[in-house]
Design a protein around this ligand. Structure first.
Ligand SMILES: C[S@@+](CC[C@H](N)C(=O)[O-])C[C@H]1O[C@@H](n2cnc3c(N)ncnc32)[C@H](O)[C@@H]1O
Length: 327
């Protein structure tokens, strides 16, 4: 990809900014100067946006209505930071895009297979103001538009589709293909085998998503097979991405030498308590029963990189031994 400078780092849904803080530390070590790098954050929550500004920036302010970004700031080392409410407004330049636990919060449509075909599961309200699921009697616009090839429901009888996610995945693919860069998506998800994953969390407990609306965190596992289709070449597409993954977090991290990294952290830990904490955090990430298998990684590359990627497959996405034999 050349020098990779100037680089736009774009994060979708940066939360409390932890990944960015780590990222900036590493970029500094890699010799990126403030003028080589700008940060572009897509965030719709005002509360989260303010938290990010306070964590990352030494100065920050709201912008005027004509500006494509609604807020701007500067880090202590002088890197410019911009906030947008929509990916479409982020400048079309060479960029690295990151989306960590972003796609699982986007809205979904739910469908059920009936004798008459796929029907949308809607939400209604009873006379006491309580929300409940109601299956649509007829086909809805969403069932007509969203359930059609190349989507393959297989033998599932329940299906979740996030039209918003598919639109964003498509946009990301077009952006890297036209302007260069890469996309890394990390999330809880499956490869098209699950159909009912919509759930709510309240104070770290799983609760009914229809109870206490507005007070719980809502989430649905990402269907990576659908994101893959949205970003890959389909007949008539001009811009599309080469998609790597999805791979399980356990494999992704271990291929990127997570064990060696763990050892360094353990060697540097000062107390037994600190060592225990690091070890259990590592277990949380790689244990198949915790985040090791359910959490997955997916990457998009420009289509022009096809021959290069065939020769040098991206590290986290291929088995190291396979890679060595191929070369
Ligand atoms: C589950 S949090 C993940 C935060 C962080 N990336 C992490 O892994 O800890 C989801 C983030 O996406 C933001 N968000 C939710 N819907 C969004 C949307 N439609 N556009 C932009 N940001 C959104 C939330 O405000 C929050 O910052």
């Amino acid at each position: 990809m050349g020098s990779g400078k100037p680089l736009q780092l774009v994060e979708l849904g940066p939360g409390n900014g932890t990944l960015l803080v780590d990222f900036l530390r590493v970029m500094n070590r890699l010799g990126y100067k403030p003028e080589d790098l700008s940060i572009h954050l897509v965030e719709i929550s005002e509360t989260m946006q303010m938290l990010q500004a306070q964590r990352l920036c030494i100065t920050h302010k709201a912008t005027n209505i004509e500006s494509p970004y609604y807020y701007e700031g500067q880090t202590i080392s002088g890197i410019k930071v911009y906030w947008y409410n929509d990916l479409k407004k982020v400048p079309n330049n060479f960029s690295w895009y990151m989306a960590h636990e972003f796609f699982d919060v986007l809205p979904i449509h739910k469908f059920e297979k009936t004798e008459d075909g796929w029907r949308e599961l809607l939400i209604d309200m009873d006379e006491n103001g309580k929300l409940y699921y109601r299956i649509s009697g007829k086909e809805t616009q969403s069932s007509k538009v969203l359930i059609r090839p190349p989507l393959d429901a297989g033998d599932r009888t329940e299906l979740e589709i996030s039209a918003r996610s598919l639109g964003i995945a498509r946009q990301l693919a077009q952006r890297v293909d036209q302007h260069g860069g890469l996309v890394l998506i990390a999330d809880y998800g499956h490869e098209g085998e699950k159909g009912d994953t919509f759930r709510a969390f309240h104070k770290h407990k799983v609760v009914n998503p229809l109870e206490n609306p507005g007070e719980c965190d809502l989430t649905a596992d990402v269907d990576f097979s659908q994101l893959r289709i949205a970003a890959s070449k389909t007949p008539g597409d001009e811009n599309y991405a080469i998609v790597a993954g999805p791979v399980k977090q356990k494999d992704f991290l271990e291929r990127l030498q997570a064990k060696a990294r763990l050892q360094v952290l353990m060697d540097n830990a000062k107390t037994e308590e600190e060592k225990e904490k690091i070890k259990s955090a590592y277990e949380m990430l790689v244990d198949p029963k915790k985040m090791g298998e359910r959490f997955k990684f997916l990457a998009f590359y420009p289509s022009t990189m096809g021959p290069i990627l065939e020769k040098f497959p991206p590290l986290g996405f291929v088995n190291e031994k396979e890679n060595a034999t191929e070369k």
